[in-house]
Ligand binder design. Sequence first.
Ligand SMILES: Nc1ncnc2c1ncn2[C@@H]1O[C@H](COP(=O)(O)OP(=O)(O)OP(=O)(O)O)[C@@H](O)[C@H]1O
Ligand SMILES: [Mg+2]
Length: 254
Amino acid sequence: MSAAVPALAIESLQAGYEPGLLIVRGASLQVQRGEIFAILGPNGAGKSSLVKAVAGLVPISGGRNLLDGRDITRTPAHQMVFNGLAFVPQTENVFVNLSVAENLELAASVMKASRRERVDPVYAMFPDLHRQRNLPAGQLSGGQRQMLAVARALIARPSLLILDEPSAGLSPKLVDQVFLKLREVRDSGVTVLLVEQNVKAALALADRAAVLVEGRERVVATSAELLGDARIAELYLGRHTGKQGSPPPAKEPA
Ligand SMILES: Nc1ncnc2c1ncn2[C@@H]1O[C@H](COP(=O)(O)OP(=O)(O)OP(=O)(O)O)[C@@H](O)[C@H]1O
Ligand SMILES: [Mg+2]
């Protein structure tokens, strides 16, 4: 397929949980093949709803989603992995009562693949998980649990990996570890789309990012451009800088 076809094209997407109540309100984004793309935005902006709608988990009422140019708008959630899209939700993304190995082997069996074929290569990328393979997933540290969720998703050999707030609840050190691994995933040829609250860490990781506000993208730019972009603070705080109720900060010397 030509390099010009984006890994994911979200076109004027409308989605919501109840009829007549749109949460995703005409969002459009293009994620290029081989990049890490971050979706930022204030609480309740619809970030999770947007990626869930792409993954087939929120009813879509308008627009469309193209994965490598193929229309996946109506693809049922459980079919997405067979089309090359793996989604890691924010919570309940591993089976806590199963061991690490069982979590990964189950994912391999869904793909009708053997452990040797699919699980062993993933262990090579996640040696800590191999060491802890007999441990129940519920006993992993937060960071390792997130690693397991990513590893599980990679068993499907997706072309696009979508993650909803992979840094949630992790210490800064663990966020670094998980993000370092996501870089490795990207460098192995998988396109990565993630939702993040942690703006600074996300912009350090991502190649490009979008700020979503009220169900639509407001700003789409490279991370380098967005770092220090005054619009970010404005969009996040839902107000214009300099007009907030609290007194303005002391002016820095020029
Ligand atoms: N399962 C659901 N049923 C009905 N409404 C929902 C559901 N999940 C989310 N919403 C509503 O959709 C809107 C957007 O929520 P969403 O979780 O997509 O935002 P978000 O940007 O991911 O927020 P956060 O930063 O808090 O994770 C909110 O008003 C929320 O109440
Ligand atoms: Mg969310």
